[in-house]
Ligand binder design. Sequence first.
Ligand code: SF4
Length: 383
Amino acid sequence: MKNSEPEKKVLAGLPLPELIELLAPLPAFRAKQIFKWISRGALAFGEMTDLDKNLREDLDSRFSVRSSSVGAQLEDPGHNGKAGDGTVKLQISLYGGTKIEAVLLSDAEERKTACISTQAGCPAGCVFCKTGSLGFSRNLNSAEIVEQFLHLKALAAAANTDISNIVIMGMGEPLLNLSELRRALAFLCDAEGLGISRRRITVSTCGVIEGIRDLADKGPHIRLACSLTSARQELRNRLMPIGKANPLPLLKKALAAYRQKSGQRITLEAVLLGGINTTPADAEAMIDFARGLDAVINLIPWNPVEGMGFEGEPLREPSRAEVETFTAMLEKGGLKVTRRYRKGRGVAGACGQLGVLPENPGQGRLKHPDAKAEDSPENVYPL
Ligand code: SF4
C-alpha cells in the first residue's frame, strides 16, 4: 500500500454511485443517508444518528469518513491600522504527512469563495508561481480535494456564513489530475448532498489542451479560466514552460471548442509582471488571441514572493501605470477586462503564493486549529 493511501477506505469524496456500489448489499437508501451526512460535514460514523448502532460500528471497523485534518489556520491580520481582508488560509495535513493549502476568500459583500488545490506542489513550473517552484509531489485524490471544501465550509459556518463559489485555483494544475477532479466535482454537485451549481465552480488551467478538450467532450461543464499571461508564444514558453507542448493556436481552438460545447463564457487570465509582459506588443498579441473567443480578460498584478526571479532578474510587481496602460490598451482593442482584487496577500494566500510559509508576524497569525476567537497566546503558533 502506498503511504498516500490510508489503511481504511475513505468515504468522503466518493461520488454517490460509487458509494452505493461500495456499500452493497446495504440498500441504496442507506448509502444516500451516509452520503448526506458526509456532505453535511460529519467527521465520524458515530454522528450518523439515523443509522442503527450496529451499522455505525460495522462501518467504523471498515471505513474512515475523512482522510485529512487541519494543521494550522492563518488569518489576514491587516496592516497600517486597517482590518484584514477576511482571507483565511488553512494548512491541511494529508495521510502520509503531505501538506497542502486551501484558502477562504471574502469579497466586499462578505460572500465566501473556497480556493482549493488539486495537487501537492505542481509540475507546470510557471516562473512567477511559488507552488511551481516547489516542484511536484503528487496528485490529490477525490477525498483530499473534497475535504478541503468541507474544512473551509466548517470555517465559514463557524462565522455564520456559507460558501457561495468554488475556484479550483490553489496548488497544482487541475487538468493534469482530471479523473480525480471529476470525481470530486461529482461529489460536490450531487443534488443528494451539497448540490453546488456548476456555474459556481471555476477551474483554472495553465492551458493543458488535452484536458480542455476532454472537459469539452465529456464534461462537467463548469466555468473555465485559462492562464495565458502572455499571448506571445516565445515569451509564454519562457514564463510557462508547459506552453511549449501546448502551442497557442491549438490552445485557442480547444478553448473555442469548450466555449461552444459548454455554453460557458471563458476567462483568460494574465498575471502581470512588471517590465515583462505589459508592452503594446503584449497587448496586441492578447487582443489577437482573444478575438472570436468571447472571453473576459482577468488581469492579476503579480503577488510578490520573495526570492523569485526570471532569467537572472528579480520579479517585480507591475506599477500602477503599467497595469492601467495595459488595461486601457486591451479595452481599446474591444476586450472586456476585469482586475482581480489582491485578496489574501496578508496570509500569502493570494494567487501564485500558495506554499509560502509565513516567516514573520507581519504575514499573519498562525492559529492552532482548536484556538478560540480570543486567541490566548498559547494557542498561537510561534512564528
Ligand atoms: S500557476 Fe498554477 S499551473 Fe502554474 S505552477 Fe502555479 S499552480 Fe502550477
